[in-house]
Ligand binder design. Structure first.
Ligand SMILES: NC(=O)c1ccc[n+]([C@@H]2O[C@H](COP(=O)([O-])OP(=O)(O)OC[C@H]3O[C@@H](n4cnc5c(N)ncnc54)[C@H](OP(=O)(O)O)[C@@H]3O)[C@@H](O)[C@H]2O)c1
Length: 246
């Protein structure tokens, strides 16, 4: 199959890209700023014999999403699996949150995912097959300092369930993976101490550690496989048991 993964240059996205190769798929993935990391992913995957291409894309730009979608179709073919993984965190307490902090997170994590789904749905409809996998977060249930991120991820659940209802009969499924705290730049640099303390010191994560990015990618691989054909509109928790945030 052909995968399209947003934000595949680092973190969870990179693990998804590499696992898709390992499972024998071709992959188009995007980066926004970090071309060197995107290039490194291609080099790691080069031995797999599958096709891989990366594209610069800011998912907030709907015209750019359409353009890249067309480029991928021309260069690799019809995409069957879309993974909306690109995301950002801009934390602040709601009373102090700026318009820019609100917009950047909503535009990237929610609108960006919508633009990508809309760009690839026509191909999925014409080929009669599609798998949409959206990377959400346990923060979708609300967290202090993350009203923008929580709203975006909760919105992603609504988007996912709506697509599941609109297109399930067309053999197109849409599901969310609800990740807990995952060991990536986002957790280490942007949520930083707070998240690390949750995972390691205070240990409210029942599993007692952060997830490895591959542990999220495992579920993407499963959702893209035939074994998951009847899973549609689901929110699959991969949180190590973490179900509450302050
Ligand atoms: N880490 C966690 O604890 C955690 C937990 C739950 C859910 N998640 C979700 O998992 C996903 C991946 O997170 P991560 O931890 O792997 O993050 P990360 O290491 O910070 O990587 C984020 C990726 O998104 C890309 N990106 C950011 N803004 C973009 C934009 N406007 N347009 C296109 N691409 C953009 C980045 O590209 P560049 O590097 O090129 O800028 C990068 O590839 C996100 O949706 C995040 O919300 C993460």
């Amino acid at each position: 199959m052909i995968f399209f993964v947003t934000g595949g240059s680092r973190g969870i996205g990179a693990a998804i890209v590499l696992q898709a190769f390992a499972a024998g798929h071709d992959v188009a993935f995007t980066y926004r700023t970090d071309e060197n990391s995107a290039h490194a992913i291609v080099e790691q995957a080069a031995t797999s014999g599958r096709r891989v291409k990366y594209y610069q894309l800011d998912v907030r730009d709907s015209e750019a999403v359409e353009r890249v979608g067309e480029q991928v179709a021309d260069e690799l073919g019809d995409v069957q699996v879309v993974v909306n993984n690109a995301g950002v965190v801009r934390s602040n307490l709601a009373a102090m949150m700026t318009d820019d902090e609100w917009r950047e997170v909503l535009d990237t994590n929610l609108s960006g995912a919508f633009y990508v789904c809309r760009a690839f749905l026509p191909t999925m409809l014409s080929t009669g097959f599609g798998r949409i996998i959206n990377i959400s977060s346990v923060v979708s249930g609300g967290m202090t300092g993350m009203a923008n991120y929580a709203a975006a991820k909760a919105g992603l659940h609504g988007l996912t369930k709506s697509l599941a209802k609109e297109y399930g009969r067309k053999n197109i499924t849409a599901n969310c993976i609800v990740a807990g705290a995952v060991d990536t730049d986002m957790a280490r640099h942007e949520l930083s101490e707070k998240v690390l303390r949750f995972g390691q010191e205070f240990a409210p994560v029942p599993n007692g550690r952060l997830a490895a990015p591959q542990e999220i990618a495992n579920i993407v691989t499963f959702l893209a496989s035939e074994a998951a054909n009847y899973i549609n509109g689901a929110e699959i928790s991969v949180t190590g048991g973490l179900d509450w945030l302050p």
